[in-house]
Design a protein. Structure first.
Length: 329
């Protein structure tokens, strides 16, 4: 199988990552380019970034050896429904010298496959936004939330930042101490943690600062909430606990109580040693005590594995997953 190569790409709003790997797990090349999500950047720009990342990954690979490929990205359904967008991706694929077919998958499925080889389970992702998805036969079966900052994404980075500002404004209205988190938010948004002699002046300045910016930028305050919670701030700790409960409740919309299939946690807020990841793991342990929990891992490798599964020689997907997808801590 060593002569057979597959390609996987993980296409996000800020970066496009590519991997060329043999079925024996030998990594032949990697690539990285700018944001390639066609929804946020347009199909033409997304295709250019795709081509750049592919070119880097295939620099020392004969494209004729590549037998299959897969691309994971948010809004995959929109790309597949847009003939012009799909044509732009097809052109980028062929410009890299590739003649094999490729599949397009949603980023939630890529996150799931990066954490487990099980064909059925659930993935819960929290970053700027938040979404949960039920997987059946390695296809997205049902989805919960992912409704965007205005209508949903409860427990996400945006939600944490939005709630932190609201708590700060409430403290200023009441004339109470804004606490450590409030001062961190105030310093970030106003340039100083000092409250004006007339607290309403500070309130008005904060409102103007926030409303002048794109609302989704409130997600940039999420690390302040995390840091405050780690430092023992009561408001930060309460927000983390609430976010964890919200995220677990989102997963519960599509995941029955007591289900024992794997639960994969993805996104910047749920991977690594974060207080929100700990809160979600605790909630998951209460709701699904027998379910294995794992963090999402290498997205391009997961995409490559999904591509490899389509080949006739891939008779043992679980063993193949262990070869292609690095284990997560």
């Amino acid at each position: 199988m060593s002569g057979t190569v597959v390609v996987g790409l993980d296409v996000g709003g800020t970066s496009t990552r590519a991997l060329a790997v043999t079925l024996d797990g030998e990594r032949l090349g990697t690539g990285r380019a700018g944001g390639g999500n066609p929804t946020s950047h347009g199909a033409a720009q997304a295709a250019r970034e795709l081509r750049t990342a592919l070119g880097q990954a295939l620099a020392n690979v004969d494209p004729a050896q590549v037998r299959a490929g897969a691309i994971g990205l948010a809004g995959a359904g929109r790309l597949l429904a847009d003939p012009a967008g799909r044509a732009a991706f097809d052109d980028a694929w062929q410009a890299a010298g590739l003649r094999c077919p490729y599949e397009v998958h949603g980023d939630a499925l890529i996150a799931y496959a990066s954490g487990t080889a099980s064909p059925a389970g659930t993935v819960l992702v929290a970053g700027t936004g938040a979404i949960a998805a039920q997987v059946r036969e390695l296809r997205l079966h049902r989805v919960a939330d992912g409704h965007g900052w205005l209508l949903g994404d409860t427990g996400s980075g945006f939600w944490l930042g939005h709630q932190a500002v609201r708590r700060l404004l409430a403290a200023l209205d009441a004339g109470t101490d804004p606490g450590d988190l409030g001062r961190r938010v105030l310093a970030e948004l106003a340039g100083s943690a000092e409250v004006a002699t007339r607290p309403r002046d500070t309130v008005d300045a904060l409102i103007q600062t926030v409303t002048r910016r794109p609302p989704v930028q409130l997600a940039r305050l999420a690390p302040l909430v995390v840091d405050a919670a780690v430092a023992g701030d009561p408001t930060g700790a309460a927000l983390i606990a609430e976010a964890g409960a919200h995220l677990a409740a989102t997963a519960s919309r599509i995941r029955p109580a007591g289900e024992a299939t794997p639960l994969v946690l993805g996104g910047g807020l749920l991977t690594g040693d974060t207080p929100l990841a700990a809160a979600v793991r605790a909630e998951a342990g209460r709701r699904w005590p027998d379910a294995p929990l794992s963090p999402a891992g290498d997205g391009p490798a997961a995409a490559a594995w999904l591509a490899a599964r389509t080949l006739p020689e891939a008779t043992d997907p679980t063993t193949l997953h262990a070869r292609l997808v690095p284990p997560t801590a």
